[in-house]
Design a protein around this ligand. Sequence first.
Ligand code: AMP
Ligand code: GLY
Length: 427
Amino acid sequence: MKVLVIGSGGREHALAWKLSKSNIVTNVFVAPGNGGTEIEELIQNIDIDANDIETLSAFAKKEGVDLTIVGPEDPLVDGITDKFQEEGLLCFGPSKDAARLEGSKEFMKDFLIRHNIPTASYETFTDSKKAISYIKEQGCPIVIKADGLAAGKGVTVAFNTDQAIEAVNQSLESKTFGEAGSKIVVEEYLEGEEASFIVLTDGNTVIPFASSQDHKARDEGDLGPNTGGMGAYSPAPVVTRPIHEKILKEVIHPTVEGLKSEGSNYCGFLYAGIMVDANAQIKVLEFNCRFGDPETQPIMMRLKTDLAQLCLKACKKELSNEKLDWDERKSLGVVMASGGYPFAYEKGNVIEGITEESEDLKVFHAGTIYEEGNIKSSGGRVLCVTALDDSVSLAQKKAYDAISSITWKDCFYRNDIGYRAIEREKN
Ligand code: AMP
Ligand code: GLY
């Protein structure tokens, strides 16, 4: 079977790597891929942009691709799955309609309310004066979110009114996020511990993956600006068995049922960002209509089940009660980024010292290119060094040991990935 993975990040490297291990897969193409997928023996990069839906579907047709798996949200929100289906091609990912769960925060919040799914209270605004007066009424902390896709930069957690007003004005007046920020959701601030809960669904059956937790903030101690994610590990200890069951019962099943009842076709990965509070109550922070990045990297290291089979069955609506097989060890991935990320950063620096890989250590690439025999940085998040071991602390040590030999100009990473889980292990 020929498989095409769309995207160029660490998530896509991890998905393609996992798919390349499948017994039923003969070819893995990645469009456009990165330096890491380029140097994988069993993977082939295809130079087509992830958002160029027409050219991607023409390639899939010409090449006889049996299954396409979409990594990032943009092509999903733009309707890639619908286009592939029109062309008679199997494409794993939600339809344009269903991808609004990620494409519009307003749609997502209204959907949650319609289906009685727990989430923070909120109001939507297009008028900055009204938004500011609501914020003053509610008080801080408060959260301001651009309605549309803003590459993870559209959310501000404001701890005082000045910060909140600035976020409102940036979005509604200065149009920092363009059309995506012409509407905002202003939301109650939630306290607790976050977890990423990702499932695979064909619209009827739901198969949960192992839980995970990422570190979204740039700086140690989870401080500083929001990023796409600076590291992640699996499982997330906050997702205990009862919390796992609660998320399925109160969030995932009502969401899949709700989408079905509204006529939306959700076949794909569904990612719920969940806040778990001190009383073990849960609320939805966000939905993503795809796998998480960097959560994919540690989760794929632990997944033993054939991913290609799973996605194929989902596309054919043949999922039944599959039980996933997991490596019982813990996994942890540390993102190595370009200095300056999530703001401006240099590209084109040669990366040295990428370690020999083994069954329990893998360097997934994100913003890299392979040029003249060198791997060079080409993006904000550059590598995700991911390790498996018996505890999170051992996996952390293994990942940082490997990192200590990797270097390039301005390279930057957090030293505390996994600290919450490691604290728990000490107790
Ligand atoms: P989102 O893209 O909506 O998940 O927001 C990005 C990050 O902002 C989340 O992972 C949280 O760390 C934080 N965040 C979002 N919404 C809230 C909220 N209502 N309360 C507290 N933190 C939030
Ligand atoms: N790691 C967060 C995300 O993929 O949205």
